[in-house]
Ligand binder design. Sequence first.
Ligand SMILES: Nc1ncnc2c1ncn2[C@@H]1O[C@H](COP(=O)(O)OP(=O)(O)OP(=O)(O)O)[C@@H](O)[C@H]1O
Ligand SMILES: [Mg+2]
Length: 288
Amino acid sequence: MHGEHHPLRAWPPTRYLDYEGVVPGTSMGPAIVMTDAGRAYLKPLAPDVNPHSLAIEYVCTRLAAWFGLPVLEHCILRLGASDTFSRPSGGMSQPGPAFCTRAVDAARWDGTPKTLARVVNKEDIARLVIFDTWIRNEDRYPPIDAAGAVQSQRGPNLGNVLLVRELPRAKRLRFVAMDFGHALVGGRELPNRALGIDADKCEWVYGLFPEFRRYVTAHLVDAAVERLNQLRESDVSDAASIPTEWNVPAAARTAMCDHLYLRARYLVDTIRARLQPLCFPQGTLPGC
Ligand SMILES: Nc1ncnc2c1ncn2[C@@H]1O[C@H](COP(=O)(O)OP(=O)(O)OP(=O)(O)O)[C@@H](O)[C@H]1O
Ligand SMILES: [Mg+2]
């Protein structure tokens, strides 16, 4: 047995060692595995996995880190010919690059304000809402229009508000931004052409749980917008270094990068005005 407390090497892993199980009831069904750098969660190439979702997950995780959000430690782990395991939906995982995150001791948010109050990095909530709006991620909280009306059939997904326990038995929790596989195209293939003005200039706000609103202050929104305003096209392109095995054509990669850059510019101009009536209708109070 590979002792989880004594990994053979420091993160990131270079080798898959054992399959331990699967996270039940999720769309991509990440595998829990042991690697030479300890336990990890893997989203591998598989018949039931859209490789473009792996690419979007990877690019968005890197952009989230660029944006200043806490993310899971992540890497691409290349699975060898014999590193395969069964998928919950039948079939086998395939060799090749898998999206890999280091296992953390965490639980999903229970949806209560009380648990949210224990989160030590509440200041990152505003940034996450702006990030989910940037990448149009319906897979945490569905988008809402200016009046606050929900615009999607998808319900809230508390499993995507992952709260990491700060210390053993500690009451302190830290949320990390994770699971972006449904962003941009809702789990479909990336198109080989521009995503279009409706996507670039979508006015809805994504990821804004009602319980999040009180933590989305004018001051925090301004700080996030200031960071977004620093985005260069090369930052997006750097984040989008996608393994060829994930089969994203060059035209689709270019269209995705162009969209992400254009949408960031659009949000720099508009997101404060969108969030104000929903989150801080009184305007900017001193110290808010
Ligand atoms: N690195 C990790 N450490 C601990 N738990 C993790 C880690 N990565 C994923 N998980 C757990 O596995 C669950 C599923 O992971 P994730 O949300 O990335 O997969 P998904 O299949 O894309 O989910 P969804 O059904 O929300 O689209 C998470 O909600 C979390 O509980
Ligand atoms: Mg999830």
